[in-house]
Design a protein around this ligand. Structure first.
Ligand code: BMA
Length: 825
């Protein structure tokens, strides 16, 4: 097959204007205008409002090109658009080729007869998605999310691009994926389906190869496997039918494991179609060999919901993934890897590709395969009513589903196909059922998500489980967000203004969403708000807070926990540690209950622009306090305290298969470090289990007079190595008698890395370390530093820095600083 890329330099103009401007493909109108300085950066200040006109207008893209020699002679020549966003009319040399109306599909048009020998001109006209949505909505209103431009559900375009409760209303327009000419032999592959079956320690890899029916004859198909250590073996067969299946046994398979459970060896699978010695077409895949099942068994609490890989039940530790940029074409490979690596580095083993974004690109799943991140893949439907009774809409979705399922089904990382986000819940608990005019659409919902879509999935990918919605009980419209069976989204903490302690009353079988907002770090706020606007409720700050009650919810919970912050930087810091503390509190509880709860995916890993949100990594990839907390609360070996003052229960949760032996040391101390009680005991923590270490009733020591000056500290030791430390209190943090901890820091740098050893004379709560002028990920951050204990954090030295520079740039903050000026004690 021959290909000629048409990506690169194009021209664009607003429809009905004369000025053609330079464009980059893949790309979009906003990023092209931004590059030309024609619009202000939509991510700064309130510029989002100033650029609304862009998506309300129509746009045209054109490219002139000469066809590569050799291409016109092929039996077929097609124009292939991997992604057109979204309402496109395509013409070549003045002749209409066709239209596109689904950004999740690939489009192909026969251009063999239309191409000229000399110069050709390709023109793609895009109609405004905003205008289209408004027109459709005027004819037939579809309920959606309140932060979005209405009407989005009429269009097969990433829902959150119309706005969300963390996302701006900036629907991109343009050629967002590769575009090219392809030509080839009359014989062509129409499908390749790679499967694996495991039995008796062997794996049978099969490739079912489909070719164009009219070209069968004189063809061979070949499947070659290259092992992770470079050995190659192959099977070949004559193609005498439309579909042919090749088999390759793998005798000593190297199994693929989720992060934390083993390695991620990947085999290369190459499928070729040949005529004699001539290779006609080749497809290249990475294969991880594993079995994966979603186990649901009746038990004392209802029905389990547990992912089992290679026979081993996995506690799913992860988060929800949203598009990494409002303008997806500027997501670099490096940035994408930073995010996925960031998940892996915090012991995450699952990401849910949430149904309000888009089916991710190959490079996303490549990274998940490599880092051992299981993917819960939603189909792209979210929080809205869709016209699922419309035959043309369904035909469009059918092609989209088939293409994307075929594209992703062989992935080791693929764990689940899920129908949609929160729509079954919507039909049961939101306002939709009260709108009688929507009744037909509930019927259509039922038909589509409980019959049609699962049938399409089963046909294209019989090996991956289909789940109707998130959340769902798998019994249509019955307790979709219940705790007996299926997955759950718990939002009473946050939207329902419940305290974090409410998490402890929840025992979902699988917690696929829960979360709490924080502001992003100050360095990120600086990118959108000038210092004059540094107040949480200023006009500009509220442009970057899309959840109408978000700031009130944050401050409300903040004042339940901390004292009123004295300035904006303190507020930013408190918002982050509040979020980290809350999510930690929930996850530790659910991990203690691992017999009943089989996973937690917090909302949300990442951001698509700089904003106040539930994310743990902000738009610039900076680690919020939650991300550091995740590295502790998702650690395979978790020490946790179930605080119920004056009782403190200590537990060790061991996700590994091997048992763990060590000791727990505990102490009751004043904040200044004077010991009141303490002890040490051996612990044998069985694999894949939670072991209660002890319930320490400290009533004899804790009085009304001293409770605000006490801390209970538990430490997990293996030999002389401290594995983990936890602290719990007997009063809310705002009431603790914190004094200035006078934290000292010894800094040293050696070539690549630096070390900072911190000590305080009194307990420093939730210590934040930062380096002024450098973005650094520390080995740990936002932790409690008890009096007199030394804690060393490390990091990579910024280029050109040494220990002295680290010492000069080091900034240390703790809760004390959020309410008290230095020197106040
Ligand atoms: C869940 C998600 C998103 C939303 C988040 C926070 O419902 O599925 O729709 O952004 O909560 O409100």
């Amino acid at each position: 097959m021959k290909t000629q890329s048409l990506s690169g330099a194009w021209q664009f103009r607003q429809a009905e204007t004369d000025e053609w401007l330079p464009a980059t493909v893949p790309g979009g109108v906003h990023t092209d205008l931004l590059a030309l300085g024609r619009i202000p950066d939509p991510f700064v200040g309130d510029n989002e409002r100033r650029v609304q006109w862009v998506a309300e207008a129509d746009w045209e893209f054109r490219r002139r090109f000469t066809v590569d020699a050799g291409l016109p002679a092929q039996s077929w020549v097609e124009l292939v658009g991997d992604g057109l966003d979204t309402l496109a009319t395509v013409s070549l040399n003045g002749r209409a080729l066709g239209r596109a109306d689904n950004m999740f599909r690939q489009y192909r048009w026969d251009v063999k007869e239309l191409l000229h020998a000399g110069e050709n001109e390709l023109l793609i006209a895009f109609a405004s998605p905003v205008r289209y949505a408004a027109e459709q909505q005027a004819t037939r209103a579809m309920p959606g999310v309140s932060q979005a431009i209405p009407g989005g559900p009429h269009l097969r375009k990433a829902p959150c691009q119309f706005g969300w409760d963390w996302g701006p209303q900036l629907p991109p327009i343009g050629i967002w994926q590769d575009i090219r000419l392809e030509g080839g032999d009359q014989a062509r592959l129409t499908d390749v389906h790679l499967r694996q079956s495991h039995h008796d320690g062997e794996v049978d890899v099969t490739a079912t190869v489909s070719v164009m029916p009219d070209a069968v004859g004189g063809l061979t198909a070949r499947l070659q496997l290259i092992t992770p250590d470079g050995q190659s073996f192959a099977a070949e067969t004559v193609v005498d039918d439309e579909t042919t299946t090749l088999h390759l046994p793998v005798l000593r398979p190297q199994l693929w494991w989720p992060n934390g459970y083993g390695e991620q060896p990947l085999y290369e699978a190459i499928v070729t179609l040949q005529r004699g010695d001539i290779e006609i077409e080749r497809r290249d895949y990475r294969l991880g060999l594993r079995t994966l099942e979603l186990r649901q068994e009746e038990d004392e609490w209802g029905r389990s919901f547990e992912f089992v890989v290679n026979g081993v039940p996995i506690f799913a530790k992860g988060s929800n993934w949203i598009p990494a940029d409002s303008f997806p074409t500027r997501i670099t490979d490096e940035y994408l890897e930073t995010l996925i690596r960031g998940a892996a580095e915090t012991h995450q083993n699952m990401l849910r590709v949430w149904g309000g974004g888009f089916y991710e690109e190959e490079r996303f799943y490549d990274l998940c395969d490599r880092y051992g991140i299981l993917v819960w893949q939603d189909f792209i439907f979210s929080c809205s009513v869709y016209p699922l009774d419309d035959a043309a809409f369904l035909d469009n979705v059918h092609v989209e589903v088939e293409e994307n399922v075929r594209r992703l089904r062989h992935r080791a990382s693929l764990a689940l196909w899920c129908g949609n986000n929160e729509m079954e819940w919507g039909w049961v608990d939101w306002a939709w059922p009260k709108q009688r005019e929507l009744d037909d659409l509930k019927v259509a919902y039922d038909r589509f998500f409980h019959h049609t879509l699962p049938a399409w999935c089963a046909a294209a990918d019989p090996d991956t489980t289909y789940w109707p919605s998130s959340p769902s009980s798998d019994t249509p419209f019955e307790a979709p967000n219940g705790q007996r069976q299926g997955d759950a989204h718990y939002w009473d903490v946050w939207h329902g203004r419940q305290p974090f302690t409410a998490y402890r009353a929840q025992y979902p079988r699988f917690m696929s969403e829960f979360g709490f907002q924080a502001l992003p770090p100050l360095a990120t706020i600086r990118a959108y708000a000038a210092e004059d606007d540094w107040n949480m409720t200023s006009y500009v700050m509220e442009q970057h807070q899309k959840n109408a009650s978000g700031n009130s919810l944050m401050v409300g919970q903040m004042l339940d926990t901390f004292r009123l912050p004295q300035d904006f930087p303190s507020l930013v810091y408190l918002s982050m540690v509040l979020q980290a503390e809350g999510i930690r509190y929930g996850v530790e509880h659910w991990r203690r209950a691992r017999d009943r709860v089989a996973g937690t995916l917090y909302w949300q890993l990442n951001d698509c622009w700089p904003v106040a949100s539930w994310s743990s990594l902000d738009y610039f990839g900076r680690w919020k306090a939650l991300h550091y907390a995740a590295r502790r609360f998702y650690a395979p070996l978790l020490l946790s305290i179930e605080d119920d003052p004056p009782r403190q229960g200590v537990f060790v949760t061991n996700d590994r298969r091997e048992p763990w032996d060590g000791r727990v040391r505990w102490s009751l101390e004043t904040l200044a470090g004077v010991g009141l009680a303490g002890g040490e005991q051996a612990v044998q923590a069985a694999g894949q289990a939670t072991t209660p270490v002890g319930a320490f009733d400290l009533a004899d020591y804790v009085t009304d007079d001293n409770r605000r000056d006490l801390v209970f500290i538990a430490e997990l030791w293996q030999g002389d190595q401290l594995q983990a430390r936890q602290a719990a209190y007997f009063a809310p943090t705002k009431h603790l008698q914190l004094v200035e901890p006078r934290v000292t820091a010894d800094c040293a740098g050696d070539g690549q890395s630096f070390h900072v050893t911190l000590r305080g004379r009194s307990l420093a709560r939730l210590v934040e370390v930062t380096l002024e002028g450098a973005d650094v990920v520390f080995s740990d951050n936002y932790f409690d530093l008890p009096a007199g204990r030394a804690v060393t954090v490390t990091g990579d030295l910024p280029a050109g820095w040494d220990g002295a520079r680290v010492a000069a740039a080091l900034r240390i903050r703790s809760v004390y600083d959020s309410f008290q000026q230095h020197g106040g004690n």
